[in-house]
Design a protein around this ligand. Structure first.
Ligand SMILES: *[C@@H]1O[C@H](CO)[C@@H](O)[C@H](O)[C@H]1NC(C)=O
Length: 433
């Protein structure tokens, strides 16, 4: 059974969405779940915040959204301010590379970078060839699918699964090159294909993606092979429907919804609806801004405790981002309400708060308060034996999005069940089961 939105009383008018349409024959087609494996955190085994990892995660988010803005401008002609990508300082990259080498050689469970990854398969194996599986970061904050190519010899492709078009009987080569710009001036790029793509038993034929022949060395530090963008067409660099949209229009799923459950165990992405085992109560849906191509429910507010500090927000709900970011001026207003809060690292907009009294930070869209738990706010102590903890809400101007745009990544999404509804152009939240 799929749940419908709840209608709440009050001054804010909520959209009430109809039940998902049943498939012909009267049976609501169930979706399927893909398990996601959680890959460590920004907190070291000693409980101390790992600044290198956080820097890499932040730069990754900045550059990803710059690419979104480039794509948006190309696709819509929309006037957004395009800034230059940011480079990871070479000493930080060096340390992360060494750490990843150590991790790979020692098969440590302590993976670098925080992300939730799951498997997909691409192509139809020709006789005598194996299925081509990839470990994927499912990213609601971008809209393109890409995997490494079998012709990639960059350091970034080392140890990754690679797509070989000649092993797939359904591969079709397209006359385009897909590219991503990095802050050090390099690009990641590769030719575009369409092929059959299967996620959790749901198959889209004719799915466009790029097979990267060149990847930045920093990709080596990421546990996943590639990215599946789950955003919307206006930010697609391939200018093609992302997977779920494609699966819906090809009839592989009846309901244009996907949902995330991110937890320490049992994490999953559910495609084609919601997994009722993973949440309780009604899903509170909010309409997104339909022009930006990102999952941005409008008219959001932020609270500290019961005090409303920010209004008129349209935050980006971004599964491919680890932390939460708001423009520095907004974050300053939030921490002004938190006794003992102080700037920890000005360049990265990181703040700390007394570990013994974590603030209750929540976001709402006129309905329930969606609160970040103390555990999910805490990135670890500022240093060994410190009484201050680094907060997962940073003050950083990601640029180009405007003064009312926060990016709410996994540190936010982990606290609730989140539903992304393509049919209704809305994001929903529900309490975790
Ligand atoms: C959608 O986002 C754009 C860009 O931030 C903004 O100009 C516009 O007012 C937003 N629309 C709504 C309905 O909030």
């Amino acid at each position: 059974m799929l749940k419908t939105a709840v209608l709440l009383a009050g001054t804010v008018v909520f959209r009430v969405f109809a039940s998902p349409a049943p498939v012909p024959g009267g049976v609501t087609s169930p979706g399927t779940a893909i398990p996601l494996a959680r890959r460590s955190s920004l907190t070291g085994a000693d409980g101390v915040f790992n600044q290198d990892e956080a820097k890499a995660a932040t730069i990754n988010t900045i550059n990803k959204h710059l690419q979104n803005q480039v794509n948006f401008q190309k696709n819509t002609g929309g006037g957004v301010e395009i800034r230059s990508p940011v480079a990871l300082p070479s000493d930080v990259e060096e340390r992360l590379l060494r750490r990843e080498e150590r991790r790979q050689s020692e098969a440590l469970t302590d993976e670098s970078n925080e992300e939730w990854d799951g498997k997909i398969s691409v192509g139809t194996p020709k006789k005598g060839t194996a299925k081509q599986n990839f470990l994927i970061d499912f990213d609601t904050g971008s809209a393109d699918l890409w995997v490494p190519s079998s012709s990639c010899s960059s350091l970034g492709c080392l140890g990754k699964s690679k797509y070989n078009p000649s092993s797939s009987s359904t591969s079709s080569s397209k006359p385009y090159i897909f590219s991503i710009e990095y802050g050090d001036g390099s690009t990641a790029s590769g030719p575009v294909y369409s092929d059959t793509v299967t996620v959790a038993g749901i198959t889209a034929t004719n799915q466009y993606f790029a097979a990267m022949t060149k990847l930045s060395s920093s990709w080596f530090t990421r546990p996943c092979d590639g990215i599946m963008g789950m955003g919307l067409l206006p930010i697609s660099g391939l200018q093609q429907d992302p997977f779920v949209q494609n699966a819906k229009s090809e009839g592989a799923i009846a309901v244009g919804q996907f949902s995330f459950y991110l937890a320490n165990t049992g994490s999953e992405l559910y495609i084609g609806g919601t997994d009722t085992k993973k949440y309780t109560g009604a899903i509170e849906f909010h309409s997104i801004n339909t022009t930006t191509g990102l999952w941005q429910p409008t008219n959001g507010q932020a609270k500290v405790g019961s005090t409303t500090v920010l209004t008129g927000l349209q935050p980006i709900i971004d599964s491919g981002t680890t932390l939460m970011y708001c423009p520095p001026a907004l974050v300053q207003q939030i921490y002004a309400q938190v006794p003992g809060a102080k700037v920890f690292e000005a360049d990265e907009g990181l703040w700390s708060y007394p570990c013994a009294s974590p603030p209750k930070i929540s976001f709402n869209w006129g309905g329930k308060d969606w609160t970040v738990s103390a555990a999910n706010l805490n990135l670890g102590t500022t240093k060994a034996r410190s009484k201050d903890c680094v907060s997962a809400l940073a003050g950083l101007d990601i640029g180009g999005f405007g003064a009312n745009v926060c990016i709410l990544g996994d540190a936010f999404m982990r606290n609730f069940y989140s539903v992304f509804d393509l049919d209704q152009q809305a994001v929903g939240f529900a309490a975790l089961a």
